[in-house]
Design a protein around this ligand. Structure first.
Ligand code: SAM
Length: 284
């Protein structure tokens, strides 16, 4: 993510490969309605900024031209933005949102707001640990300004997502507390969260990459069966696996975003191997 805004263009850093790009021919990312609610500000170590235009690679690997992006960074690290990678990687979760939704990690409030805007969602509980992020939202008043009182469904809780427990049933849990798409032990961390929450459905950020690295470690193909077997071992009620083209999209996201973060001992399948994987392997 960072490379797309910090000028480190090239596949290993997260930016697209400029040598192959005709900017005028790129698809333009559809405008996101949530971006209208933000203005640049600084709160503690957090900075909210707008970027007029950027060439971005989406989560599913499509290079696109995105305009009027909002970026939330802490000490030069981008935690969230309205770039296609961030929104595409949360969209499946939002599509499944209904009833009582619990979001772990407020960030820009994008997944919270887009869930609250759905008529089939009754309430959204969002758990955030960082006092400055909460203070930033007190200034933005995103949820108060959503149309048709949708923000009345949102309850913001100041707590650690790894410890918080709900006071009633939860239909969907969407954990997104990480700055990197891939981190060690993510499936186990989500398992601990779900042990506290007991949601009917779970969709966590980077789910596809976590499934991919565990499947590949076991020499399973990244097809429907290989992903389903791996998801079953996570012992989580994951959603999204039955959505159209899920295995093909998972392979595309893996090629684009794994960037060498395979589990130890993995024989990287040739069709999933990227320049970033080769760079990592040549260093080891
Ligand atoms: C990537 S952002 C979330 C983006 C959000 N999904 C959105 O749509 O805007 C991650 C957020 O999780 C918060 N966070 C990190 N660790 C946390 C924890 N243990 N408990 C609660 N929030 C946490 C960070 O402060 C940050 O606001």
């Amino acid at each position: 993510m960072v490379g797309q805004f910090m000028g480190n263009a090239g596949p290993p850093s997260g930016g697209p490969d400029w040598s192959t790009i005709d900017v005028n021919a790129l698809p333009v990312t559809p405008p996101d309605p949530i971006r209208e609610y933000f203005q640049p500000m600084d709160v503690g170590a957090w900075a909210l900024r707008s970027v007029p235009a950027a060439v971005c690679t989406g989560y599913w690997g499509e290079v696109q031209l995105a305009q009027n992006l909002i970026v939330l960074a802490r000490r030069q690290k981008v935690w969230m933005s309205t770039a296609p990678m961030e929104l595409e990687s949360q969209q499946i979760g939002v599509d499944f949102a209904r009833g009582h939704v619990v979001v772990f990690g407020l960030g820009l409030g994008w997944s919270t707001a887009t869930s609250a805007l759905k008529p089939e969602v009754e309430r959204v509980t969002v758990v955030e640990m960082d006092a400055n992020v909460l203070e930033m939202h007190e200034q933005i008043k995103l949820f108060e300004r959503l149309p048709d009182g949708a923000g009345d469904k949102v309850n913001i809780v100041h707590a650690d997502a790894l410890e918080w427990k709900p006071d009633g049933p939860v239909d969907l849990l969407m954990p997104d507390i990480w700055v990197e798409l891939v981190s060690w032990g993510r499936a186990e961390e989500v398992h601990d969260m779900q042990a506290n929450v007991g949601a009917d459905m779970v969709y966590f950020w980077g789910q596809e990459l976590e499934l991919a690295r565990h499947a590949a470690r076991l020499n399973r193909p990244l097809d429907d069966a290989g992903l389903a077997a791996t998801a079953a071992e996570f012992d989580l009620p994951l959603v999204g696996l039955d959505t159209p083209g899920y295995a093909a999209r998972t392979r595309a996201a893996t090629r684009e975003w794994m960037k060498g973060r395979w589990l130890e001992g993995t024989a990287i399948p040739d069709d999933l191997r990227s320049a970033a994987d080769d760079a990592m392997l040549s260093q080891s």
